[in-house]
Design a protein around this ligand. Structure first.
Ligand code: ADP
Ligand code: MG
Length: 869
């Protein structure tokens, strides 16, 4: 028999039932406690000691907890591990409570709804996404709760994974059960995003629209350029519903929706982002060592987040790219202006997140001061930016608002260095409000009176060390040593006897105490009121402030790219719509930075009609093939995001998509059937690449047996060459593939130069035209001291193997591929053989048949179809 539950545990279970999908952190005094399964999960994730309540009973309840002041640290760990946490606070003062202290959930913290500065990485955006699948499209919405930026989009299910890879949400909401639907399950397979399922009613068209209209206080969404029936509306509504459920606070900073249109951005799918280590490294998933970390010269957190966004969404419009490049060029060539701008930006606070805190009523006095300080920099910044020639810079300068009244209000109201919390007062400047000054004078005057009172009483009683003291229990008192207590006059009322001290009060003292304390309390209350209304007035300006924040972020990014260009010796790329890549003395941006100066060997990349669209790069392991082909992709991405590039000269044909695949062995530790993954991804490239794409293949085909691998690599290359016609760089150690250039018109062989001297091989890391030396492996074996006999035998075997597919003249025996135009139908990995009836159907001479005969033919075919089954 289990004992009846205590009222507190009853309340616990009640709250838990309302929050079944979150770990419940239940406040008990100075601790947060978790019970039952929650306790077990928390013990594992947080490393807490698992204990139990009711230890003696037959059904002890598992329990784990931590002190309240450690909340942020533990929350961060829970959320990083993909958990949700409901924080249940004591919402009344335990001293005042009658019976059980009231407890309510005040916030549900989830990976995608973080707003607290202590939980957020200042350099990273934290997005919450929502997918609302419909028949033909998916509605997609995503929100950055800490700033209020909110987008919606419609995407075909086939592109959903790419879009999610681009957004990289910290959490994604889906309708209950939709993950197993055929359309979505494929798109989301293997995704590491924490998914949150929400009930289907949360995705109803009507209620979603109503929720949005209510949030934005509008009659329609057309003002945001969102048409009715947009699939994103449901996603946005369901997202908002979730945020309201979890935040339990104002969402006043979410003031608009931005429709996102695909097509203006270079599409980079998830595998490519990973292979190229754009924002995190392949091996450890860290930002350090990624391209983003290397190019990040921003000086504000807002800029850092925007830079990540630009890198994830490079442009495709040459004019738009050049607008950015113009600014970068101008700032790169004017060091003084660039430094001045960056110095000013360094003093700017994260006004994007500050503004959101103001709008949601969570801003502290210090937040407002920081906002004011940032605004005070804007006139100087505008002065520095005025009269520049780059169009975009002028535009930004023009749109940057001084917000003088906001700044003045903050500056006149709040002291220079206010305390973090509002509770203790000391926020409002003297002279701001007469009533406040009066209360303060009174409080201060009371204190002066106390000092005089002490001197007077010391004299009257003849007790020189008589002192006025204060504590929370008695308020003000007079104190003297026990030895002198007998000198105390009769109007003293004894309050407390300590070991060596006696404490007294007098009616006069209490009367003054009242005044002082009341005045202090009134002053603090008034301060809070004044601060609250100031915060509200500032909140009204949040759209302008947010716009300013976005402009500051962009200026920071552009100045940072200019700084990068100078510091890392980058050049301005020339963008063109021709499908070419012509990079002179290009460097891999990350390796170039990591290696000691001058050690990285620059290489040219020349791809295009004239020099060959398909490049086969052969060479031994560790020669530099992977580095070289990645370098080509990274430089393209940098150029399209509007950055200068690590090269001496570069002409970049704008790509619509970039694909990069790393062969099985380079991506160890993923633990999947690597060859299947490799082929699935290759299938995607073959189906999705266009003539404007850039494809980087690294050792594709390595995951299977050699002949299999070579054959696949061979035909994949042919297909990319003949049918897709995209720019392709293929690094491989299969020398056989170099024969491909015999049949493919636009393919060229390149290899990595190697120097052998005195038993030593040096990789020169220089990419040169031509195929690599075939017998290289045997050569290395020779250098390594393998016996001559073995080497000779190996040469014979090699020759035999090679002769098999090469004729006497050294020409390949592999039959040429029959060219055909790429059909729009999807290639599946294992395509069924064509049906025999198809040929008959094809050969039918319809114009020689009467309608009746045609009908009979049709009947005959149908008959055969059923009998042959
Ligand atoms: P592969 O793909 O041919 O096996 P990698 O591209 O992985 O070779 O390069 C192997 C190593 O060689 C790299 O980690 C790097 O240290 C060095 N390396 C590659 N390319 C260069 C270069 N251009 N300049 C200097 N070092 C390079
Ligand atoms: Mg390699």
């Amino acid at each position: 028999m289990s004992r009846p539950l205590t009222p507190m545990m009853q309340r616990y279970l009640e709250v838990k039932a309302q929050n079944p999908n979150a770990l419940l952190l239940f406040r008990m005094g100075d601790f947060y406690e978790l019970f039952y399964e929650d306790a077990q999960v928390a013990a594992k994730v947080l490393g807490l000691t698992l204990t139990s309540r009711d230890k003696g009973s037959p059904n002890p309840v598992a329990m784990a907890g931590f002190p309240y002041h450690a909340l942020n640290g533990y929350l961060q760990k829970l959320v990083r591990a993909g958990h949700r946490a409901a924080i249940c606070e004591q919402v009344e003062d335990p001293k005042q409570a009658k019976g059980l202290v009231k407890r309510e959930v005040t916030q549900v913290v989830t990976p995608g709804t973080l707003t607290d500065d202590a939980l957020l990485d200042p350099r990273e955006s934290c997005f919450l996404a929502c997918v609302a699948p419909e028949k033909l499209v998916c509605g997609l919405a995503w929100l950055e709760l800490s700033t209020g930026r909110f987008w919606i989009a419609e995407v075909p299910p086939t592109l959903l994974a790419d879009e999610l890879a681009r957004i990289r949400p910290a959490e994604c909401i889906l309708p209950d059960g939709s993950r197993t639907q055929p359309g979505l399950s494929a798109a989301l397979a293997g995704s590491t995003i924490p998914f949150t399922e929400r009930p289907a009613w949360s995705f109803s068209q009507d209620s979603c629209l109503r929720l949005l209209l209510d949030q934005f206080q509008t009659q329609t969404l057309e003002g945001f350029d969102v048409e009715s029936g947009h699939a994103g509306i449901v996603a946005a509504g369901a997202l908002l519903d979730y945020v309201r459920d979890t935040q339990k606070s104002e969402l006043g900073h979410i003031t608009r929706l931005e429709p996102y249109r695909r097509g203006s951005a270079l599409i980079i799918d998830e595998a490519t982002r990973r292979s190229l280590e754009l924002t995190q490294t392949l091996r450890h998933g860290h930002r350090d060592g990624s391209l983003l970390a290397i190019i990040d010269e921003t000086v504000t957190p807002m800029g850092s987040r925007l830079l990540a966004e630009w890198l994830s969404n490079p442009l495709t419009d040459v004019t738009a790219i050049n607008r950015r490049l113009d600014v970068v060029q101008e700032l790169a060539s004017d060091t003084v202006t660039r430094q001045d701008i960056r110095d000013l930006l360094k003093e700017c606070y994260d006004v994007q997140r500050l503004t959101a805190r103001v709008a949601t009523g969570r801003a502290s006095p210090r937040d407002l001061v920081y906002l004011g300080r940032t605004l005070s920099l804007i006139p100087k910044l505008k002065a520095k930016l005025a009269g520049r020639s780059a169009i975009r810079l002028n535009e930004l300068e023009g749109r940057l608002e001084l917000c003088g009244e906001v700044r003045a209000e903050i500056e006149t109201a709040i002291v220079d260095d206010p305390p973090l919390a509002i509770i203790d007062g000391g926020i409002i400047r003297p002279g701001y409000h007469p009533q406040l000054d009066e209360y303060r004078d009174l409080a201060r005057g009371g204190k002066e009176w106390m000092a005089k009172f002490q001197a007077r009483e010391a004299e009257r009683t003849g007790i020189p060390n008589l002192k006025v003291g204060f504590n929370r229990v008695f308020g003000y008192f007079l104190e003297c040593t026990a030895a002198q207590a007998d000198k105390v006059p009769s109007d003293y009322i004894r309050k407390q006897t300590l070991k060596n001290q006696e404490r007294f009060i007098t009616p006069e003292l209490k009367e003054y105490e009242d005044k002082v304390l009341r005045a202090e309390g009134q002053a603090i209350a008034l301060e809070q009121e004044l601060f609250g209304s100031l915060r509200q007035r500032v909140a009204m300006q949040s759209p302008r402030l947010r716009e300013n924040a976005e402009i500051l972020a962009e200026i920071d990014v552009l100045a940072a790219l200019a700084e990068l260009a100078v510091v890392s010796r980058y050049c301005r790329p020339e963008l063109t719509d021709d499908p070419v890549l012509d990079i002179r003395e290009g460097r891999h941006p990350v390796l170039d930075r990591i290696l000691p100066t001058g050690q990285f060997v620059p290489n040219d990349v020349v791809l295009g009609e004239a020099d060959g669209r398909v490049q086969l790069i052969t060479g031994p392991n560790m020669a530099g093939k992977s580095t070289y082909i990645r370098q080509g992709a990274l430089i393209t991405i940098l150029a399209q995001m509007g950055s200068f590039v690590p090269a001496s000269e570069a002409r970049i044909g704008v790509a619509d998509r970039i694909f990069a695949r790393v062969g099985a062995s380079d991506e160890l530790g993923k633990g999947q059937s690597t060859f299947m993954v490799e082929m699935t991804e290759t299938a995607r490239i073959l189906n999705a690449a266009t003539a404007r794409s850039v494809v980087i293949l690294d050792e594709i085909g390595r995951g299977t047996s050699t002949y299999d691998g070579i054959s696949l690599a061979w035909s994949i290359t042919e297909y990319l060459h003949d049918v897709v016609g995209c720019r392709t760089m293929f690094a491989t150690h299969y020398h056989e593939l170099t024969e491909l250039t015999q049949t493919l018109k636009h393919a060229a062989n390149w290899n990595v130069a190697v120097r052998e001297a005195a038993q030593q091989i040096t990789f020169l890391h220089k990419i040169v035209p031509g195929a690599a030396d075939k017998s290289y492996g045997i050569h290395v074996a020779q250098l390594a001291g393998v016996p001559v006999e073995v080497l000779d035998r190996a040469r014979v075997i090699l020759q035999t193997l090679e002769q098999d597919h090469v004729d006497e003249a050294g020409q390949t025996r592999i039959p040429a591929r029959r060219t055909q135009v790429k059909s729009s139908r999807q290639l599946t990995l294992f395509e069924p053989p064509p049906h025999p009836l198809l040929d008959e159907l094809r050969q039918m001479k319809l114009d020689e048949l009467t309608p009746l005969a045609a009908l009979q033919e049709l009947h005959r075919l149908q008959q055969r179809l059923t009998t042959e089954r």
